[in-house]
Design a protein around this ligand. Sequence first.
Ligand SMILES: C[S@@+](CC[C@H](N)C(=O)[O-])C[C@H]1O[C@@H](n2cnc3c(N)ncnc32)[C@H](O)[C@@H]1O
Length: 337
Amino acid sequence: MQKAKHDRGGEDRPREREANGEGARRRVAVRHEGERPAERLPVILTVQPTEDYALLDSGGGEKLERYGPLVVRRPENQAIWQPRLDTSEWEKADAVFTGDTDEEGMGRWRFPKSPLGETWPLSHEGLSYLGRFTSYRHVGVFPEQAEHWAAMVRAIEGRRRPARVLNLFGYTGVATLLAARAGAEVTHVDASKKAIAWGRENAGVAGLEDAPIRWICEDAVRYAEREVKRGSRYDIVLLDPPRYGRGPKGEVWELFEDLPYLLDLTRGLLSERPLLVVLTAYSIRASFFSLSALMREALRGLGGTVESGELVITEAGAEPRGLSTSLFSRWMPDHGE
Ligand SMILES: C[S@@+](CC[C@H](N)C(=O)[O-])C[C@H]1O[C@@H](n2cnc3c(N)ncnc32)[C@H](O)[C@@H]1O
């Protein structure tokens, strides 16, 4: 049996998916022709401690992180080893995820030093945004994505005309804002009104309220279908789907059922000279070999290379260990543009 709640995003697992029931989708992935892109694996992308973010310690099923000015303590299934730091260091945390009430939002956090608001100021390489205490132990950002953001920014900055970016399952918009700051036109799609509002708020904090960003509250598959019909094209597509999720009209998203179809739609949305396709999967039942095989099938005939591996955060301090957070697979062309 899989667990009802997955690691990210907080979407409940949909009940039975009836073949013809509301929200159910039965999509058949297309068989593509042409050569598969080359393959590079395993690629382990790691995040080192910075001023903006550091993994201070991990162990005993928890992690201790510094997000800008705040030290945050929260559960981490992958931290099956023993912590390196003394208990006294862990006790200095500004915020601890307790998860012990059914309340939404901050009710599930404890603030041992002084009461904190729902948000606090954060930045990533000079881009300001807000950290956020959410009811699913998340803090509004997934810092291990930094290497993908860097690859995306390099690709955008290397292009003469503004790149077009589609960010599906865009959450609080950090990737969207980094893309916009680098000069891209961005379409940000998320099924949650709250997430869209957070994204817009972050755009304000980053001083990017007037940047060319379209904020779309919509089911990712529905939106991609519509864009394919409209003949829209994107140079960069980011896909960071949860394991289970719901669109605003109750559309069911299940990673293992819907991903092949969504990748086909993504294929149909790529511009003539695409720059990057990034897929991350925080659902550890999958392997990066499977993600790689799927991406190479979906992107047959496109040339380039699919590289796949894991996203890892390196601890701060002596003898740091690497905390694995997710699997990924990404496609890139062989020679620039
Ligand atoms: C955990 S987040 C992605 C994280 C983000 N891209 C990042 O790395 O910071 C997953 C997001 O998918 C959204 N979501 C869930 N089901 C969806 C669906 N069917 N269509 C679009 N977005 C969906 C959730 O609202 C949530 O914001």
